[in-house]
Design a binder for this molecule. Structure first.
Ligand code: AMP
Length: 472
């Protein structure tokens, strides 16, 4: 983790992506492609578990999907049903034991579990289970759920999954595979996304719809908050495992995480971002010559800003797509050059210009600070930073790593102090109200979780988790 924090662009950590498929002879191959499309949700580890109805085989490892499944790794994963996972650790340390899917064999057969999100009461349950003799191999929340399921008193796995979920609080999208069925679950608040699709006779579930497009599947619908889909050779059966709670879809999925070509709960991510950019231009106009965005996640908002402001949109920053997580960290002396390895300025676009740079979020302020200085070095006469979301003032406990609270610059500094810190000529964020208006229908507004902006958490938070995050 420490190394990551010193990454050349000092990015925050991302969360995970899940995928599941039932009823296709090439299940593991398709899951591989699905995970490939979800790679932006986590680059630390990847894994697939596959069943032929009797035998469950799996492989997981550290690295990108293409690295983990290099050579003929997929060839050994045979069967017509599979689940897969890409991970970036938000809780639990970074090692292969925490890679998913977690696969185990217990008295009711084989079980594979893959999970995106966080259980906010995992510590309490973990302690209770340990006191009762459970032995844990990993530090991930997912293993807590695996233990609960394995100890379940009911006769079917589905019932035990359902009973276990009753004990768990948090934000999660889960896929559970047995030799008989695939179970897909979205938390009662709908904090993490999960969609259902179809490929011929096969059913597919994925964190984001972009995975369906990649494998040629058709989107059917979003899994509803508090819903559990049970898919087997008889077809699909949907049931609710929880009474409806306040819906709390994560706005950060739209702002930063999800891929622009994905639709979540009826909204296309690119179009929401573009609208955020437009609203930002209305709310925080500035005299300038050119608008640029921070690749990749802010491009849509920058285009929206430029359109509304009637300013030229330009490509002012180029991202080196190959410098990802596997990129070897430069030595200490070279670290200051690191920023140029990851993002470079198109000098002729900004030289002598008043530049508006749009970013989707500002968390610790490191990205903006580095970019302002790069743009100025490249000859920009003024740099105006526009952020297409409100200031992040609170930690997220639901799977988005927004840092310990004391690292969140907006939790400690005023907007003017942040402007000074990043060295910009002006800085503006978006208000929460304006952000919500990007979703149109005002009836939708209460359906989102904006806890990272306003501290209103949709679930109780274990005081220990809070303390842990504070200390991290
Ligand atoms: P910071 O540099 O800490 O202010 O973080 C803001 C930058 O990181 C912006 O460019 C965002 O696009 C990006 N970002 C925001 N949240 C996350 C996250 N949870 N993981 C990775 N990057 C993020």
């Amino acid at each position: 983790m420490a190394d990551e924090r010193e990454d050349v662009f000092d990015k925050m950590h991302e969360e995970c992506g899940v995928f599941g498929l039932w009823g296709h002879p090439e299940a593991s191959q398709l899951t591989y492609y699905g995970l490939y499309a979800l790679q932006h949700r986590g680059q630390e580890s990847a894994g697939i578990a596959c069943t032929n109805g009797k035998v469950m085989s799996s492989h997981r490892g550290m690295g990108l999907v293409t690295e983990v499944f290099a050579g003929d790794r997929l060839a050994g994963l045979k069967g017509s049903a599979a689940v897969g996972h890409v991970r970036y650790s938000t809780t639990g340390s970074s090692n292969v034991l925490n890679a998913q899917p977690l696969v185990f064999n217990f008295r009711k057969g084989n079980l594979a579990l893959a999970h995106n999100g966080n259980f906010v009461n995992a510590h309490q349950i973990h302690d209770m289970l340990e006191k009762q003799g459970s032995i844990f191999q990993s530090t991930s929340d997912t293993e807590v759920l695996a233990h609960l399921i394995a100890r379940g008193i009911y006769s079917t796995v589905t019932e035990n999954v359902q009973a276990s979920l009753g004990m768990i609080k948090g934000g999660y999208a889960l896929v559970v595979l047995t030799d008989e069925e695939l179970i897909a679950i979205r938390d009662p608040h709908g904090l993490r996304p999960l969609a259902l699709g179809q490929l011929g006779d096969a059913y597919v579930v994925a964190s984001e719809t972009c995975a369906f497009d990649t494998i040629g599947a058709e989107f059917i619908r979003d899994v509803e908050p508090g819903e559990m889909l049970i898919i087997n050779d008889e077809g699909l059966h949907a049931e609710r495992f929880s009474a409806s709670s306040r819906e709390a879809l994560c706005t950060f999925e739209y702002i930063y995480f999800a891929r622009p070509d994905s639709d979540i709960d009826g909204y296309n991510v690119h179009l929401v971002r573009k609208q955020l950019g437009r609203l930002l231009a209305k709310e925080a106009p500035v005299e300038a010559d050119v608008v640029i965005g921070v690749p990749d996640s802010s491009i849509s908002a920058a285009i929206g800003y430029a359109e509304e402001a009637r300013l030229p949109y330009e490509i002012g920053l180029i991202k080196n797509k190959y410098s990802g997580r596997t990129f070897i960290q430069p030595s200490q002396e070279l670290r200051s050059l690191g920023v140029r390895l990851k993002l470079s300025v198109v000098k002729k676009v900004v030289d002598g210009k008043r530049v508006v740079i749009v970013d989707d979020s500002l968390v610790r302020g490191t990205t903006s600070m580095r970019l302002v200085s790069l743009l100025k070095e490249a000859g920009a006469t003024e740099v105006h930073v526009r952020i297409s979301s409100p200031p992040v003032r609170f930690s997220c406990f639901y799977g988005i790593d927004t840092s310990a609270r004391e690292e969140l610059i907006a939790a400690k500094k005023s907007i003017e102090e942040i402007r000074e810190f990043i060295g910009a000529d002006s800085l503006a964020f978006m208000t929460e109200e304006t952000m919500l208006s990007a979703f149109g229908d005002t009836k939708m507004h209460h359906r989102f979780c904006n806890a990272c902006f306003n501290g209103l958490y949709p679930t109780e938070i274990d005081a220990r988790l809070d303390k842990l995050t504070m200390e991290r």
